[in-house]
Ligand binder design. Structure first.
Ligand SMILES: NC(=O)C1=CN([C@@H]2O[C@H](COP(=O)(O)OP(=O)(O)OC[C@H]3O[C@@H](n4cnc5c(N)ncnc54)[C@H](OP(=O)(O)O)[C@@H]3O)[C@@H](O)[C@H]2O)C=CC1
Ligand SMILES: O=C(CO)COP(=O)(O)O
Length: 348
């Protein structure tokens, strides 16, 4: 495909920011990778590696690391935000101090903010001053950075209130290893990406407890049911949950050793406590904060989310994982498709 080279800033030099910078560099774009750790930026510029996050990978020499946000954003129109959800507001505030040009922001993070209960595109809209935000696009889907950086086939979805902007981002990223779809259901895409991390933690716990594939299939399927139940109440399309950002991302995160959420859950299932687990991970485990947010959302929307509730109790109320599973399994009997009846607005 014929492509015009663009100048793009990727903010966040962790696993995902670095892997996406590689996709953009492969597509011939001028990529500036900003990180807040000058030692790591030196490593990127002098050795073309990012050993902490992608230890096996040599980066294209056309990716230039920046530790000054002002320099990284000079003359830039398109920004990829690849920091953890809890850093989004801080980084946006820093951006608004050093730039006055309207920006297209693509966020690639997977979380919901506890207490405010905002999705990431909503947090960005809230933080960006009037006139500085051209559009917000989300890019999400089953995509471990480790595999994207090896150029293994990967599919993702972009969404936005402004589908013209989403299509532009589709063109920026798409290539023969990295296939990008569009979906206008912004709420569904963001909710699916964020909430799958909760179920991945639960799947890791199940594996850590020594349970097998039956339990994992149950968690993925019933997890999807509760994510869709909440998502639909929040305004998402039920169809989105059968797509890449729904079941697709659930499968990859619940079944892959690359997943930090699955790995954290696995350690919890094996008996470590949350503090130990998070200390040992050294990378973001989004599902922990998102469990709190989803628990609050379930209360707000009056939605039944048994797996989320069980995980909330393990993480924040010191409930033993085995007891939490026993609790889930001994609930009142029910109709499997009750959820579907809700979604379709009738009885089955
Ligand atoms: N990894 C993956 O495969 C995928 C991740 N995602 C999502 O992308 C988002 C980022 O994840 P990922 O890259 O994996 O996380 P990592 O933990 O690998 O990296 C996070 C990066 O953000 C930096 N950072 C943290 N806080 C700040 C801050 N306040 N200001 C500036 N930089 C900051 C970290 O810096 P430091 O090194 O100093 O801690 C690090 O460079 C998450 O929401 C995740 O769910 C989505 C799809 C795939
Ligand atoms: O979102 C991801 C893959 O699509 C990455 O998941 P983890 O954050 O659990 O590693």
């Amino acid at each position: 495909m014929e492509r015009k080279s663009e100048k793009i800033a990727v903010l966040g030099a962790g696993s995902w920011g670095t892997a996406l910078a590689m996709v953009l560099a492969d597509n011939g774009h001028e990529v500036r990778l900003w990180g807040h750790n000058p030692v790591q930026i030196d490593e990127i510029n002098h050795h073309h590696t990012n050993k902490k996050y992608l230890p096996e990978i040599t980066l294209p020499a056309t990716i230039i690391g920046y530790s000054s946000l002002q320099e990284a954003l000079a003359g830039i129109k398109t920004v990829i935000m690849a920091v953890p959800t809890k850093a989004i507001r801080e980084v946006i505030r820093k951006m608004t101090e050093v730039t006055s040009e309207p920006l297209e922001i693509v966020h690639v993070s997977k979380g919901i903010e506890p207490d405010s209960l905002l999705r990431i595109s909503e947090m960005i809209e809230e933080e960006m001053p009037e006139g500085l935000l051209e559009s917000v696009v989300v890019l999400s889907g089953p995509s471990h950075a480790e595999e994207v950086s090896l150029r293994h086939p990967t599919t993702v979805t972009v969404s936005s209130k402004n589908m013209g902007a989403a299509e532009k981002i589709q063109d920026l990223f798409i290539n023969n290893n990295f296939r990008v779809y569009t979906n206008p259901d912004l709420i569904g895409v963001e909710i699916g990406g964020a909430l799958k991390n909760i179920i991945a933690l639960a799947a890791g716990i199940s594996d850590g407890l020594g349970y097998g594939d039956n339990a994992k299939a149950a968690l993925i399927t019933r997890g999807l049911a509760e994510i869709a139940r909440l998502g639909v109440k929040m305004g998402a399309s039920p169809l989105t949950f059968s797509g890449l950002t729904g079941i697709g991302d659930l499968i990859v995160t619940c079944t892959s050793v690359h997943s930090r959420n699955w790995r954290a859950g696995n350690l919890l299932g094996k008996g470590q406590n949350l503090e130990e687990v998070l200390e040992n991970m050294g990378m973001v485990v989004e599902g922990v904060r998102t469990t709190k947010a989803a628990y609050q959302l379930a209360e707000k929307y009056g939605v039944n989310m048994p797996i989320t509730n069980a995980l909330y109790n393990i993480l924040f109320n010191e409930v033993n994982p085995k007891d939490a599973v026993d609790g889930l399994m001994s609930r009142e009997k029910t109709h499997e498709m009750e959820d579907l009846a809700d979604i379709l607005g009738g009885k089955i």
